[in-house]
Design a protein around this ligand. Structure first.
Ligand code: PLP
Length: 414
């Protein structure tokens, strides 16, 4: 097979799997237990969290492990309307202390969900796990330019004295567009200074979903200027269903789940030790190969773009090297996906979750594509399962299928 949908899922790297295995069997202990082998597991867990935190320039205690990016994105929004809390990020490094259940309950009662506020801004092209929760909080979308980049003028115009949270993904999952987070953080800093001068105490936080970014961008939370940041192991050859939320000392969150007080009381539940060990190994490998992979994907992207025929390129600039988004006039891309599948070539028309619901991409719409262009759009995302030969083969197969489709359309319209 030729798999060209690495933005949807990546296979678990064998080295990641090997690192995880012992924690399913001999090292199965509950990290909260008091005896020595359990304490060793707790220490390994903290060490793994440290590796993940270090990779983004954060401390172990700044990270809350979640069951994937969806959960981390949802958790970020609990910062809204939260006046007091018992956790803030940036504790001294070292093992994160466990909050007890009673404290966790009390904090949740002090901070019931506040859904009446209209103080969230989110980029219109965000993944549904941000979009849906932002809409629930009455959030307003920020426009993008035809390039897919944030419209900074629209952002400036929409920030009010009530705005508390702004959510902008570092990399878009349908286009690969890399957003200028540091510039956005600069605008936020100016707004905060102005608020301070006028005695306005409303918080203003920046959240970024970096699910697609860790693979190919060497970023750092301080340089980006974010208060909250989402990570996803499933996109970097780690296990599915595990992610993390970075929480700076500025952000105050309400717990997502109540119980034993794990993850600094924000997400109670026995730790998913094997997955976090795997996540850390995947992060290590990703960092090690980042520059080499970028070069490799940039070359393959060029090859694809020169060998494919008759397409319009959609993600021309400001994009990750492994994203190729193209559009064929008057062709139904869903048929292309199906015809390619018969040759065991797997590509996407848009985000995997939107595709399975048969919904037209809100991202392609937001950058101004017509319905016909959206219908003819394919997303190819390159990754570690590919090699150069596959890239040539894929281009050849797509060209053939597209040519046949045009032929078929011509005949049937006679
Ligand atoms: N955010 C982005 C940008 C994504 O690409 C994805 C997955 O496709 C998610 C969030 C959701 O991740 P998960 O399904 O692992 O929770």
């Amino acid at each position: 097979m030729i798999y060209l949908d690495h933005a949807a899922a990546t296979p678990v790297d064998k080295r990641v799997l090997d690192a995880m295995k012992p924690y399913f069997t001999e090292d199965f202990f509950n990290p909260s237990a008091a005896y020595l082998p359990a304490k060793k597991v707790a220490a390994d867990y903290e060490k793994a969290k440290g590796v993940i935190a270090h990779a983004i320039g954060a401390k172990t205690s700044d990270l809350i492990i979640t069951a994937g990016a969806t959960e981390a994105n949802n958790l970020a929004f609990t910062s809204l309307g939260t006046e007091s809390m018992f956790y803030s990020g940036s504790r001294p490094s070292g093992p994160s202390p466990r909050a007890d259940g009673a404290k966790s309950r009390a904090a949740a009662l002090r901070n019931p969900p506040n859904q009446n506020i209209n103080s969230v801004l989110y980029l219109i092209t965000e993944h549904d796990s941000v979009r849906c929760v932002a809409e629930q909080y009455g959030g307003q979308p920020i426009k993008v330019l035809p390039s897919g980049l944030i419209d900074l003028n629209d952002l400036r115009a929409k920030i009010t004295d009530e705005t508390e949270l702004i959510s902008v993904a570092l990399v878009n999952n349908e286009l690969g567009t890399i957003q200028p987070l540091a510039e956005i953080a600069g605008i936020i800093r100016d707004v905060k200074l102005d608020r301070l001068k006028r005695g306005i105490k409303t918080q203003l936080l920046l959240h970024s979903d970096a699910s697609q970014a860790l693979n190919l961008i060497d970023f750092n939370v301080a340089r980006l200027g974010v208060d909250l940041l989402t990570l996803n192991a499933a996109k970097i050859y780690g296990p599915k269903g595990v992610g993390a939320l970075y929480v700076s000392h500025n952000a105050k969150l309400r717990p997502l789940t109540l119980g034993g007080g794990q993850e600094n009381g924000l997400r109670s539940g026995t730790e998913n030790v094997p997955s976090v060990i795997g996540f850390a190994k995947a992060v290590e490998l990703t960092k090690e190969h980042l520059n080499g992979n970028r070069k490799k994907y940039a070359t393959w992207r060029k090859t694809l773009l020169s060998e494919l025929q008759g397409y319009d390129l959609i993600n021309k600039k400001h994009t990750l090297d492994n994203f190729v988004v193209i559009c064929y006039n008057s062709i139904d891309a869903e048929r292309l996906v199906f015809l390619l599948e018969e040759k065991e070539i797997y590509v996407a028309t848009g985000a995997a979750c939107a595709a399975s619901k048969g919904i037209r991409s809100h991202v392609l719409k937001a950058i101004g594509l017509t319905d016909e262009q959206i219908a003819g759009s394919l997303r190819l995302t390159l990754g570690e399962t590919n090699d150069e030969t596959q890239i040539h083969e894929a281009a050849k197969a797509i060209n053939e299928i597209v040519k046949n489709e045009y032929q078929r359309i011509k005949v049937s319209s006679r």
